[in-house]
Design a protein around this ligand. Structure first.
Ligand SMILES: [Zn+2]
Length: 428
């Protein structure tokens, strides 16, 4: 639960460049945070001798941004049930059906929020189930735990068992009610996001209604795109008049700077060019992609096209809530593809940490307020243990790959300490 407000934080920072995929280290500084949670100044610690280091032995980054995660899959994380469409039928839909019950949804929502904060995630793009009540419970928990989010009722009216489907009219009515209650809540910390599960799960009327909702309220749209071979085959068969998968979403006006597409593994060059031109966001979810055997997204190629990329756990197909582990998996995925350096783009631990923080903030539409540490940005922070005696030039490697020792010590959203392993040191 949300605890104390921090007004000063002292430590060593890793500060993402707002544009370029680099980080700058600032040794021993003091962040001054105003009552609203906005960073007022960052000064050398020498100017503040009475402020002790807040979390000694850590390095402080902007909070991690999980651009793609499924709230109702919290309790089936790591269910090995084969490739995407089989896994949905066998593991996912039976569990998501349980979210018809409010009490169940409420208890999982608390577990879900704590699990994200424990791994240093401060913002997320979240799929709920198709149940309006469960989605409301999700927003209540996000509000209570202090997280920042784009979250939405998952829209699906075909291609799944009846107990996880919701017909067009009640789905759109429920979305309107959730928008009225939650969109823009707490100075825009929580946003309602239009969330069609994927093209195969929504008929034309629901897609049209979703597009209308997004346009009228100026909402983000999040969905899945080009994840698995069989899904591609079925999508092509269901939409024979469209040139490719992306064209289906383009047809509904979903592809723009307020959209985020998870996976994007099998896109053609033409699709990548159109994604980049539209400034659409990409949620790269390599751990999930390994677990379901979906393939490896060509990260360097995507960046070469100018795509806006963030990282996503895609928990429950992803086996972790940790963006550090996802960044590590993204490194592995580039090695598997043999393209760690490609199209003039180099994928390094440093650039992956940038994607896990700044890149995700931009992709989710929060880039004007988080994903950086500088005056005017809101103080979303994560403090991570630095292994002892680590040479400076191995810091990024340690944050990505030393899972046993580079652990999250504390997570702060808008200046509020939302989770910590221990009480922080405070000034006099
Ligand atoms: Zn997903």
């Amino acid at each position: 639960m949300v605890k104390s407000k921090l007004r000063t934080v002292r430590g060593t920072l890793l500060v993402p460049d707002p544009i370029r995929r680099t980080l700058a280290k600032q040794d021993d500084v003091v962040i001054d945070i105003d009552a609203d949670g906005t960073i007022r100044s960052i000064d050398d610690a020498d100017a503040h001798p009475s402020v002790p280091p807040t979390w000694p032995g850590t390095v402080i980054l902007p909070g991690f941004v999980d651009t793609h995660i499924h709230f109702p899959q919290t309790r089936i994380l790591g269910s090995a049930s084969g490739p995407l469409l089989d896994w949905l039928q066998e593991a996912v839909f039976p569990e998501e059906a349980r979210f018809a019950e409010l009490r169940y949804a409420r208890s999982v929502a608390a577990q879900f929020c704590e699990a994200m904060l424990r791994q240093g995630t401060t913002s997320a793009g979240i799929f709920s189930s198709s149940h309006p009540g469960a989605t409301d419970e999700l927003f209540v928990a996000l509000d209570d735990w202090g997280l920042r989010a784009q979250a939405g009722l998952t829209l699906m009216n075909r291609g799944a068992p009846a107990d996880v489907l919701l017909a067009t009219e009640p789905a759109l009515e429920a979305a309107e009610a959730l928008i009225a209650r939650w969109h823009g809540h707490d100075r825009d910390r929580l946003r309602f996001c239009v969330t069609p599960r994927f093209a195969l799960s929504c008929d034309h009327a629901l897609m049209r209604g979703a597009a209308d909702l997004a346009e009228r309220h100026g909402l983000f749209v999040q969905t899945h795109l080009s994840e698995n071979d069989e899904e591609l085959r079925q999508t092509a068969a269901a939409f024979p008049d469209h040139a490719d998968y992306l064209a289906v979403y383009e047809d509904y006006g979903f592809v723009g700077k307020r959209s985020i597409f998870a996976h994007c593994i099998h896109l053609s060059d033409s699709e990548w060019q159109r994604m980049a031109q539209a400034r659409a966001g990409v949620a790269h979810c390599p751990d999930s992609n390994f677990f379901l055997g979906s393939g490896c997204m060509p990260l360097a190629r995507a960046l070469g096209h100018g795509a806006r990329v963030g990282l996503g756990t895609d928990m429950g197909a992803g086996r972790t809530f940790s963006l550090q582990r996802v960044a590590s998996a993204a490194y592995d995925a580039t090695l598997v593809r043999g393209e760690a350096v490609s199209d003039g783009e180099t994928v390094t631990p440093e650039s992956l940490l940038w994607l896990a923080t700044r890149g995700g903030a931009v992709a989710l539409g929060f880039g004007d307020r988080v994903g950086c540490l500088a005056p005017g940005y809101e103080a979303d922070l994560v403090a991570i243990d630095v292994p002892e005696d680590l040479p400076d030039d191995r810091l990024y490697d340690a944050l990505l790959f030393r899972h046993d020792t580079a652990a999250v010590r504390a997570t702060v959203v808008r200046g509020r300490l939302c989770w910590s392993r221990e009480a922080p040191a405070t000034g006099p």
